[in-house]
Design a binder for this molecule. Structure first.
Ligand code: AMP
Length: 194
């Protein structure tokens, strides 16, 4: 068992601010950022087979199949040495992914410390993604229909993941509307309670 490790699931719908808050958390707590969206975008940029496969789902706002995501995360965890812990950002997005994550952490002598969920109303999410789309160069940020699909996928497939951690008493929700630093303070308080 690697004691003192902090493994956090940063949770929330697309546009909730997970990426922004992750950056600040990495800086403050020295954790390893594991964003499945970023990993897929890296593969996409490098034109790998995995990137080509992921693109067909990502461009439509759909989820990449569980087994593909799980293998990629397993690979990242097993090749990361001497980490103080992970911030999982955009993963797990289905209950099957959450179960697989628990299994892979247990087999590495690790566990999830807690899930921190950023709560943001849908109308604000849409505005934020529209704004981000001006500079993000992400096909899935550019089109209103795709954004709506991503929010629907979140509600149908990803929201049950919150229940999964709630049942384990590992769930905390935070108001994700407000100043970046103000939200970060609240997240830090939860982090410091682990
Ligand atoms: P994100 O940057 O987290 O918004 O992810 C962008 C896109 O990558 C998503 O809309 C999905 O198509 C894909 N993706 C990222 N993470 C996952 C995941 N955990 N499971 C399935 N698909 C994912």
């Amino acid at each position: 068992m690697i004691s003192g490790m902090l493994n956090i699931v940063l949770f929330g719908p697309p546009g909730a601010g997970k990426g922004t808050q992750s950056e600040k958390l990495i800086e403050k707590y020295g954790l390893t950022h594991l964003s499945t969206g970023d990993l897929f975008r890296k593969h996409l940029g490098e034109g790998t087979d995995l990137g080509k496969l992921a693109r067909t789902y990502m461009d439509q706002g759909h989820l990449v199949p569980d087994q593909v995501v799980i293998s990629m995360v397993e690979d990242k965890i097993s090749t990361t040495k001497d980490s103080k812990g992970f911030i999982f950002d955009g993963f797990p997005r289905t209950t099957a992914q959450a179960e697989a994550l628990d299994a892979m952490l247990i087999s590495n002598g690790m566990k999830i410390s807690g899930m921190i969920a950023l709560d943001v109303p849908h109308e604000i999410l849409k505005e934020r993604i529209k704004e981000r789309g001006k500079t993000s160069n992400r096909a899935d940020d550019q089109n209103e229909e795709k954004v709506n699909t991503r929010i629907k996928v979140y509600l149908d497939e990803t929201l049950p993941v919150a229940k999964y951690y709630e049942k384990q008493d590992k769930y905390t929700s935070i108001n994700g509307v407000g100043g970046i630093d103000e939200i970060f303070e609240e997240i830090s308080e939860v982090m410091d309670s682990y």
